[in-house]
Design a protein around this ligand. Sequence first.
Ligand SMILES: Cc1cc2nc3c(=O)[nH]c(=O)nc-3n(C[C@H](O)[C@H](O)[C@H](O)COP(=O)(O)O)c2cc1C
Length: 451
Amino acid sequence: MTSQREKRGQLRLGGFFHPTGNHVAAWLHPDSQIDAGVNFRHYVQLAQIAERAKFDLIFVADTVATRDGNLEALKRWPQYMAFFDPTMLMAGIAASTEHIGLVATASATFNEPYNIARRFASLDLISNGRAGWNVVTSSQPAEAYNFGLKSMPPHAERYARAREFVEVCRGLWDSWDDDAFVRDRSSALYFDPHKLHYLRHEGKFFSVRGPLNVARPPQGHPVLANAGVSDTGREFAANFAEIVFTPLLTLQQAQSLYSDLKGRMEKYGRRPEHLKVMPGFNAVVGRTDEEAEELHQMLQARIHPDVGRQLLSTELGVDLSSYPVDGPLPYHLIDTTVAQRKMLVDRAKEGNLTIRQFYLQYAGARGQRTVKGSPQRIVDEMEEWFLKEGVDGFLVQPPYLPGGLQAFVDLVIPELRRRGLFRTEYEGRTLRENLGLPRPASRYQAAVAAE
Ligand SMILES: Cc1cc2nc3c(=O)[nH]c(=O)nc-3n(C[C@H](O)[C@H](O)[C@H](O)COP(=O)(O)O)c2cc1C
C-alpha cells in the first residue's frame, strides 16, 4: 500500500452543505440547524469548521426555483424551499475565512455569461483567489417557469448553450491582462489600454462585446466544476471542468468514469491531472459501527412516506403520490432516456424493490454512495477508492448539520492523517494552488507567447 500511496499523494476534500444536511429527514434531527437555508451564521460556522480541518473547498448547490411537487409532501421536506443565492452566500463567507475554496453553483441555462463572469470574477477578488463555479445546465421544469418558458430546453441544447457560455466567460475573464492596471499617480496613468481586450463574441446563443468591468481574477479564471453524468456531460467536463462531482456508487463505476473522463481530455489539449474527480460521499460517522448505524436508523425512521414518494417522484419524473408504498414502481411511466433515471430504475429492478424499500435506500444520500461506520471503516473505503484510481478525493455530504460535519472532522480527519492521506496544512494561497491546478494564461498572452 505504501508505494501506491506515495505515487497517489494526498486526497482532496470538499464539504457539500445541503442546508440542514444531506438526509431528507435532516431537519428532524434534534441537533440540526432548523432554519439553515436562510441562516448565514450557520454557513459561516460550517465553513470555519471545514477550514480548521483544511478542507480544499466547500460547495453549495442551486436551482433557480423552489422545489415543485405535492405541497402535502413538501410541507414536511423544507430542503431547498427557501435558501440563499450561492454567490452572495460565498461572498459573505469569504470575509470570515482565509484559505478554504468557495465553490458556488450557477446555471448556464438561466443566466447570461456577462453577469456570471462578473459575479465569479468578483467572488475571486473578494476571496483572494478562492472562487469556483459549478456549471450546471439545470433540470427542473420549475426553473423554466421562472424564465418565460413552458418547459426546459432539450438536454443537448442546454449543453450546447453551456459550452458557448463557458467560452464567453473565459474570454471575458481575460478582458484585462494581469498587469493592465498601472495605477501610477506620478504619470496620471491608471491602466494601459493595450492590455484591455474586447471579446467581440458572436455565436449561436450569445453576442457579447466586452470587456468585463472587473479586473482579471487572482486565479486567472475561477476553478470550474461540473457533475455531468450523460455522455454530453462527460464531454463537457473533459473540455472544461477542473473538478467533477459526478455521483458514483461502486468502485468499478468510479474507475471506469475516472479513466473515461481523463482519457477524453487529451483532445482538448488538457492533462489528466488537471481534472479532479471528487464524487459526493455521504459519510454517516460514529465512534463505532453501531453508533453510526443508530444515527442512520434514527434519520431513516423520520422519513414520512409522503416525503419518500415525493423524493422518488422528483427524481424519476412521475407522480407517485397515488401509488401504494409497499408496491412496485410504475416502471412503464418512467422515461429512462435520462441517464441518471436509467441508473436508478436499473437499481430498483435489480433489487426487486417496493417504493418504500427504494426510497429508504435512496433517501439517505439521494442516490449517492452512503458509507456508515467507525472512522476506520470509512477511511478504509476512502483509501481503497483513492489508491485504486477511482477518485482524486471526495465531496463530503454530512447527513445532518452542523453535527455531522463536526463528527467527520473529529473522527475521520485524524484517521486520514494517520494514514498519510490528508494534509495538515494548506499548501498554497488560492484554491487552484491547493488543488494542484495550473493558473490559466490569458488567451491574449498565450497568443503573444505562441508568435
Ligand atoms: C454533487 C452534485 C451536485 C449537483 N448540483 C447541482 C445543482 O446545484 N444544480 C443543478 O441544477 N444540478 C446539480 N447537479 C446535477 C448535475 O449538474 C447534472 O445535471 C446531473 O448530474 C446529470 O448529468 P447530465 O446533465 O450530464 O445528464 C448536481 C449533481 C451532483 C452529482
